[in-house]
Design a protein. Structure first.
Length: 365
């Protein structure tokens, strides 16, 4: 079964008012993503999604769509579905980086392969190693102290046991926000903070030390992109557990993190890492070196969320029991784009059990 072409679509969807996000990356009240249909000679169609944010990966919707249609599509036409080594070789041969665009093509291949074999993607990956229903954390934006308290109360009432607070803005406001959330949730729930590269190492150390009485269970991406040594220093000087995210897009980044003893865990997910198979390379390498991984998020829609969910249940080093991830993206949005949306009843996500990614038909085009 060979690839015959791609059809791409760009669409903007607003975030629900209750889920609009503020972080070190700015204010997010909606996203424009690129989704695609991958066509095969057998008539089977695979779905893919590029969950792009320019301040994060450098990709923009118009450029992503152009790369998919003019660069990646010619490279993959005629390729046998299921040869992921050759797929990645071809994608890399014609295009540097563009992780989310490449991931859209790759996840569409997994979707088509699963449909052809009448198996869900997690079975193609070796089968489920944990239940198909798993628990998530929730990311609370860099809100005012008052709003943060209100939001934390809601999250507790919904049953979330791990709450992440966005920081990396004004340090004094960050500290007040985190303290307010800890007061609301108490100490029987886990508290994570995420700076999204918004602090330098000195600020990160100072803020973490000031928050020592809040018992930070995990500190995500506390220093700027590329500052592996700064992350290692934060671990040494404060003793907190550190999760690497924005700093790790590929296996080379993961190797550097591990070589530098810069983190306790790595946030891995198909969009950021260029696809499911590339994510597995990082998961496997980290596992070999005793470093756990979890699943991150870029507020995906159902297609990419499903790819993430299949990876979560299929890989033993996706340690979501110890480090809960965020596979909630579609619940942030005002509409869904597929006929069989992923089942999300906060704080739980259930992996689709239908062939391929299991999300049905694309409701665009």
């Amino acid at each position: 079964m060979k690839i015959t072409g791609l059809t791409t679509y760009r669409k903007h969807i607003d975030l629900k008012d209750s889920h609009k996000m503020r972080s070190a990356l700015g204010v997010n009240d909606g996203n424009e993503f690129v989704v695609l249909r991958l066509h095969t000679e057998e008539g089977i169609v695979g779905l893919g999604e590029a969950t792009i944010t320019v301040r994060w990966s450098g990709e923009v919707p118009a450029g992503c769509e152009q790369v998919l249609n003019e660069v990646l599509q010619p490279a993959v036409i005629g390729l046998e579905i299921g040869d992921f080594d050759e797929l990645n070789r071809r994608l890399d041969a014609v295009c540097s980086r563009n992780w989310f665009a490449k991931s859209a093509v790759e996840m569409a291949c997994w979707d088509a392969l699963g449909k052809a074999q009448e198996k869900p993607v997690y079975e193609l990956l070796g089968g489920a190693v944990r239940p198909l229903r798993f628990e998530n954390r929730f990311s609370l934006g860099a809100y005012t102290e008052k709003r943060a308290r209100q939001r934390a109360e809601e999250l507790v009432s919904w049953g979330f046991r791990t709450i992440k607070v966005k920081v990396g803005t004004v340090p004094e406001e960050d500290i007040a926000r985190v303290r307010a959330v800890r007061e609301v949730i108490g100490f029987d729930r886990d508290l994570v903070i995420d700076a999204n590269c918004g602090w330098d190492v000195e600020t990160a150390i100072d803020c973490v030390q000031q928050l020592e009485d809040c018992r930070l269970d995990l500190v995500e991406q506390p220093t700027p992109d590329g500052d592996f040594k700064g992350m290692a220093r934060l671990r040494r000087e404060t003793g907190v557990k550190v999760l690497a995210d924005d700093i790790c897009f590929d296996l080379a980044h993961a190797k550097e993190l591990i070589d530098q003893n810069a983190c306790d865990a790595i946030s891995v997910y198909p969009g950021k890492n260029g696809g499911i198979s590339r994510s597995i390379e990082i998961l496997d390498y980290a596992q070999q070196h005793g470093v756990a991984c979890s699943i991150g998020s870029n507020l995906e829609w159902d297609i990419a969320i499903s790819a993430m969910a299949h990876l979560v249940v299929a890989h033993p080093n996706m340690k979501v029991e110890e480090y809960p991830g965020d596979v909630l993206g579609p619940t942030y949005y005002s509409e869904r784009v597929v006929s069989n949306p992923v089942k999300i009843v906060e704080p739980y996500t259930t992996v689709p059990n239908a062939p391929g990614l299991g999300v049905g038909e694309l409701l665009l085009g």
